[in-house]
Design a protein around this ligand. Structure first.
Ligand SMILES: Cc1cc2nc3c(=O)[nH]c(=O)nc-3n(C[C@H](O)[C@H](O)[C@H](O)COP(=O)(O)OP(=O)(O)OC[C@H]3O[C@@H](n4cnc5c(N)ncnc54)[C@H](O)[C@@H]3O)c2cc1C
Length: 666
């Protein structure tokens, strides 16, 4: 199969404008006759459904949640990037483009990333018009903060609730279209298959999660905005029910899964506290604007801390190792996530970890509190303020910036982060891999599109902070509404798709048979126990660092676990009723296949890049060592059947506008 990214010709900065201005259009009267299914109501799906509805298409939008507003996007804390240059600090569309390409370790498509940087500016205007309450400066302009891997401040935020506020904006637009009858909303419906007719995506099969009913839904095109698959690791910062089923069902129908091994491990999460934990909590990257990361330099101090004889605040300044500032002076605590995560792992592997498990480092706000406190005291005209007065003033500033995150940390850990440093450790957070899409965001199945975290996206091997919201909203508000027209303009003579065709019948039967299979196994082990075991394999062998031996071992272990699942899983209840265990069984079954593909992909990619760190390929200083000669490609995997090896299709990446360099944040 020859993969065509369909990147338009012309100058990089002109491609999108020219393409948009010359692409096929669908006339308004024809739009009204064309149906589009959008699966997902997170930022990507909701913005796509709302905008397609506004354009006049007949949209059906699906979510397994009880309201579109419950999508995982609501969890996003830190912010959304845009090249507005409000800070006058040298930002531009080109710089955002360049930072993203470099941050992704040169494994993304130039043209897509440039389009993303262009669209970033309009997203902010759109959101402001919707009333999204972004933080503002004293004078009224929107405020910005910095995120990792960049040297400008371009992140727009609404305290630590940016995703929630943006989702309310998108939901509001979606609600308007629902009330006008342009979008029909299907809550609590889980998509369990894609229906293909004559090679084109023409519908989906869903299960009503309340009644258990299996339904057919047809349309001229299908858009998946179904999020990421980080929960394959069991423990992650993702919402508990985020899963890969929609994308994986599409893969089983022939869509290609791209770069599945590119996983983002976020450096600042609350460390794992016990065997029976089922969720990890993110402490937003925005905290690294002011928090300094360190571990005790002396092993004796580490031991004393672990035994409770010393506290973090007892460690003298000269005995602390601010290892990010030491190793990466140019970016310091704001190095990108992959770099910061690996550095934390190195510090802990060398025996400097500060909690009982040895898997935690400090994120310390003491110097920021003093710095802000002094500035506040000065602006208030206070003469010789005491240290306590300064601290109090500083804490107020920090509270205004990150109050809800500090409160969350205190509630979960019982520690006061204003008084002693937070303890943090890397955790699975985001998946750069996903369905392969061309420049139109269309998969290799005509008429099947993917937006947001569900596609393999614009982030290469490592996503920069605050760029997922940007990409999801760019895809939904500003890209798919145009590019879907390229496909639909050729469908204006296609009548409403009849869901009584044999392809629908076959897909519905396949879904029912599969669900019945889970129920009929009647084994002894819970679905959850398989998920937990899979997660451990993934984290151990395909997590923050990987090697050939471990990956081969993991592949075998996953195959064995999968076989055990199909012979010994216990799914109580029936098909035709509310049955959350049955829902989970299907999702875990899909993770058990995806996990293997991730391992296969990690084995194939014999280089280290971004979040993919192969221990065999590192520089003498321990940094990731890319192999541009052999691996400057997107790995797009075909895998419809577990009995055969997956087939690799390569999309060679061409860099015409940036020079491939060794990434350095020193
Ligand atoms: C804790 C946390 C904080 C984050 N903070 C930031 C941040 O500050 N800035 C940033 O840029 N990014 C952040 N991210 C990443 C960002 O939130 C996500 O990448 C983004 O929200 C994904 O949006 P989405 O629309 O693609 O998917 P989601 O929001 O995951 O939505 C998926 C939708 O698909 C539906 N769905 C899925 N499968 C099916 C199915 N089979 N059938 C029916 N419906 C289905 C779901 O119901 C849901 O509506 C954060 C992530 C986490 C975990």
């Amino acid at each position: 199969m020859k993969l065509d990214g369909k990147v338009p010709t012309g100058e990089l900065s002109e491609k999108w404008t020219q393409y948009r201005g010359t692409m096929n259009l669908v006339a308004p009267n024809n739009k009204r006759r064309l149906e589009v299914i959008v699966v997902g109501s997170g930022l990507a799906g909701a913005s796509a459904a709302a905008t397609l509805g506004e354009l006049g298409y007949k949209v059906k939008c699906f979510t397994f949640h009880d309201s579109p507003r419950r999508a995982h996007s609501i969890a996003a804390q830190g912010g959304i990037n845009a090249a507005k240059n409000y800070q006058n600090d040298g930002d531009s569309v080109y710089r955002l483009f360049y930072d993203t390409i470099k941050g992704g370790d040169y494994r993304s498509r130039e043209a897509n990333v440039h389009r993303l940087a262009e669209a970033s500016r309009t997203i902010i205007d759109q959101a402001v018009a919707q009333g999204v309450p972004f933080a503002r400066e004293y004078g009224g302009l929107l405020a910005n903060r910095s995120f990792g891997g960049v040297q400008v401040s371009r992140t727009f935020y609404a305290r630590g609730q940016t995703g929630q506020q943006l989702l309310i904006g998108a939901y509001q637009s979606l609600s308007r279209q629902i009330s006008m009858g342009n979008v029909t909303m299907y809550n609590r419906h889980e998509m369990l298959d894609v229906v293909k007719i004559d090679g084109k995506a023409r519908g989906i099969i869903t299960r009503n999660l309340v009644t258990g009913a299996i339904d057919r839904h047809s349309a001229h095109a299908v858009v998946l905005g179904t999020g990421g698959y980080g929960n394959v690791f069991y423990l992650s910062t993702n919402a508990m029910n985020s899963n890969v089923t929609a994308a994986w069902r599409a893969t089983k129908r022939g869509a290609l899964m791209a770069n599945p091994c590119f996983t983002q491990i976020h450096p600042t999460c609350i460390p794992v506290s016990g065997e029976y934990q089922s969720k990890l909590t993110l402490m937003s990257e925005s905290l690294r604007n002011d928090g300094r990361v360190w571990v005790p330099g002396k092993k004796d101090d580490v031991k004393a801390i672990r035994e409770g004889r010393l506290k973090a605040t007892d460690i003298a300044e000269e005995d602390r190792d601010y290892y990010l500032e030491r190793r990466y002076p140019a970016f310091g605590n704001l190095v990108p996530r992959d770099v910061a995560s690996r550095a934390a792992k190195v510090a802990c592997d060398e025996g400097h970890g500060v909690n009982a498990t040895g898997l935690a480092v400090y994120l310390d706000f003491a110097s920021a509190i003093m710095r802000y406190g002094k500035s506040e005291a000065h602006s208030k005209g206070m003469v010789n303020p005491s240290e306590d007065e300064i601290k109090l003033l500083g804490e107020k500033v920090v509270e205004a910036k990150y109050g809800n995150l500090f409160e969350m940390y205190a509630k979960i850990t019982g520690e006061d982060p204003y008084k002693s440093p937070m303890m943090i450790y890397p955790a699975v957070h985001y998946t750069m891999g996903g369905l392969w899409v061309d420049y139109n965001l269309e998969t290799n199945i005509p008429g099947l599109f993917a937006v947001g975290e569900a596609n393999f996206s614009d982030h290469g091997a490592n996503r920069l902070g605050a760029s997922a919201l940007m990409q999801g909203l760019a895809d939904g508000y500003f890209v798919i509404p145009y590019t879907i027209g390229q496909f639909l303009s050729n469908e204006i003579r296609t009548p409403i798709i009849d869901d009584q065709q044999p392809e629908f019948e076959a897909a519905e039967k396949a879904v029912k048979d599969r669900l019945a299979q889970f129920i009929n196994i009647k084994g002894k082990q819970s679905v959850e126990s398989f998920h937990r075991r899979l997660g451990k394999i993934m984290w151990e062998y395909c997590g923050m660092s990987r090697n050939e031996e471990g990956l081969n071992k993991a592949r075998k272990m996953i195959q064995e676990l999968r076989a055990e699942f199909y012979s010994d899983v216990f799914v109580p209840g029936e098909l035709n009723e509310y049955n959350p265990e049955l829902e989970k069984a299907g999702r875990v079954a899909d993770f058990l296949e995806l996990g293997e593909l991730m391992v296969v992909d990690a084995l194939d990619r014999q280089e280290s890049c971004g979040g993919h760190f192969r221990e065999e390929y590192r520089t003498p200083e321990g940094e990731a060592m890319r192999n541009d000669k052999d691996f400057t490609y997107v790995s797009a995997w075909e895998w419809t059947d577990t009995t055969a090896d997956p087939t690799l299709h390569k999309e060679e990446l061409e860099f015409e506008n940036v020079e491939l360099k060794t990434r350095s944040y020193k």
